[in-house]
Design a protein around this ligand. Structure first.
Ligand SMILES: [Zn+2]
Length: 392
């Protein structure tokens, strides 16, 4: 038996289809900019914002009277209003954080100017801003019942059937939402749908503890270790060259556009390689084990350290996220160990539990001061995590 869960897939529109969707993209951007203008005016006037109720009420007249919005489906307009509302509310909720980052960046910029370096670009706070044609970030969306997806094609209101690559839905999928988005090198369709989960094998091994680190993306208590893949590190040279190329080229020039597109493609490739790797890894893990005990990592704290790049490249957070939802789908045990419980440098031998000194990075093995057993840093930690699992 498998549960019904929400899933998503993304595919790329063929060039001839991309030309058709660009019109809705432009119209949606115009609408967004109209909303931004109104909102800015309102803020100046009385310090208040314009929210969804007001925006959606003005849509029918707007769509009829603005000659540049003719033909834009009402649903696209409505969902743009929803997006605007969400962005605005997100900004209001996180205003303090945005202001803090703003102030920090301004100070850093001033320090740079004082040192004779060019000023930093101002931080983009989360308030809805005007979108530009040459941002290549247009997009619009529909709800599921208005669209259809069938082998290699997608049907959108007023646009008809469009050819798309890489959009495979399982049989019996119920469409929930469809978004068409622009990236510097083309147009993409992402579909959210509900479908039964995949079948998972009967687990052959008991629950494992998992330790994460830089030398091993994951190490589990039955002595397996997964080396962290370094996709971004491998693409780094190529990306750096493209970055330099972009900065050398004149803004608005065709060559700069091309370089930006190649850069986007390169970044996407890294993303896809990483996703593919993580999907295969987590699938294998869920197929094998009865459950997982993991540490509640302070990811935000880790991202601030000097090792941030390596951690981001190893995408620990994404591994945990995937492992967690797949565990849920397959009805596996999922246990999280508190952030403040030590696991590294603690002896996992039965009846010992000696807590040693903190281990510096780079120390791979250590000897227990109580029972004298030689431990592998990562495996010992994962065994400790597993032990914690049985405690209340
Ligand atoms: Zn010991």
């Amino acid at each position: 038996m498998s549960a019904i869960v929400t899933q998503a897939v993304k595919g790329k529109l063929r060039p001839e289809a991309a030309a058709k969707v660009a019109r809705f993209g432009g119209q949606t951007r115009r609408l967004w900019n109209l909303f931004t203008e109104l909102n800015n005016a309102r803020m100046k006037e009385c310090g208040k914002f314009i929210f969804y109720a007001e925006l959606s009420a003005m849509l029918p007249t707007l769509l009829k009277t603005d000659p540049k919005l003719v033909g834009l489906p009402h649903r696209c307009a409505q969902m743009t209003a929803q997006n605007f509302d969400r962005t605005l509310k997100n900004y209001i909720r996180n205003k303090a954080e945005f202001l803090r980052i703003d102030a920090k960046r301004k100070a850093r910029s001033a320090a740079r100017v004082a040192a004779g370096l060019p000023a930093l670009k101002p931080h983009k706070s989360g308030i809805p801003r005007f979108k530009r044609h040459d941002d290549h970030r247009d997009g619009f969306s529909f709800v599921g019942r208005e669209v259809r997806v069938a082998n290699g094609r997608v049907r959108l209101p007023k646009l008809g059937w469009l050819r798309v690559r890489g959009l495979d839905l399982p049989d019996g999928a119920e469409l929930k939402q469809l978004a068409v988005t622009q990236e510097p090198d083309g147009w993409f369709v992402s579909v959210q749908f509900e479908a039964p989960t995949k079948e998972y094998a009967e687990p052959s091994l008991p629950v494992v503890g998992i330790d994460h680190g830089l030398t091993a993306l994951a190490a589990w208590s039955d002595t397996q270790k997964i080396a962290p893949p370094k996709f971004a590190r491998k693409a780094e040279k190529h990306v750096r060259r493209l970055n330099r190329g972009r900065d050398r080229r004149r803004k608005g020039s065709v060559n700069r556009c091309r370089t930006v597109a190649r850069l986007a493609k390169s970044h996407r490739l890294v993303r896809q390689q990483r996703q593919d790797f993580l999907h295969k890894l987590t699938r294998r893990m869920v197929d094998t084990f009865e459950g997982f005990a993991v540490e509640d990592l302070n990811l935000k704290g880790l991202m601030k350290t000097r090792l941030a790049k390596s951690f981001a490249d190893a995408s620990l957070g994404e591994l945990l996220r995937m492992l967690r939802y797949k565990s849920e789908w397959a009805c596996r045990e999922w246990r999280v160990i508190g952030r403040f419980q030590r696991s590294t440098g603690v002896c996992p031998e039965p009846g010992c539990g000696w807590v040693g000194p903190r281990l510096r990075p780079g120390i791979d093995t250590w000897v227990c001061g109580e029972c004298g057993v030689v431990h592998d840093r990562d495996h010992a930690a994962s065994r400790v995590i597993l032990l914690h699992r049985t405690e209340p």
